[in-house]
Write a protein that binds this ligand. Structure first.
Ligand code: SF4
Length: 88
């Protein structure tokens, strides 16, 4: 059993070794900045899960890393990983 020392590093270990960090695309992302049509009602929860914690499973981010900003469809939501896989 892990014993917490209260350090920031413990929080990283206790979150199943997943790096918890804000996405590097926050400032310019249309989804995060509510600039997309038909924003889902649960957008704030999606933002907490992907944008402010772990972008590695965000469809928009995955496409961005492979194809660049221009390659991300304007109507792609973070949860559309199947669509992202088809593009990359
Ligand atoms: S929607 Fe994806 S790419 Fe945009 S800020 Fe959130 S995690 Fe990053």
């Amino acid at each position: 059993m892990l014993k917490s020392t209260g350090l920031e590093s413990d929080k990283i270990i206790l979150t199943k070794n997943k790096k918890m960090a804000k996405c590097e695309c926050l400032e310019k992302c249309d989804f995060f900045n509510d600039k997309m049509a038909n924003m889902p009602s649960m957008a704030h929860i999606i933002k907490m899960k992907y944008c402010e914690s772990d972008n590695s499973e965000c469809a928009r981010y995955v496409v961005y890393k492979v194809l660049g900003k221009e390659g991300v469809p304007s109507n792609m939501f973070p949860t559309q990983m199947d669509r992202a896989r088809e593009l990359i």
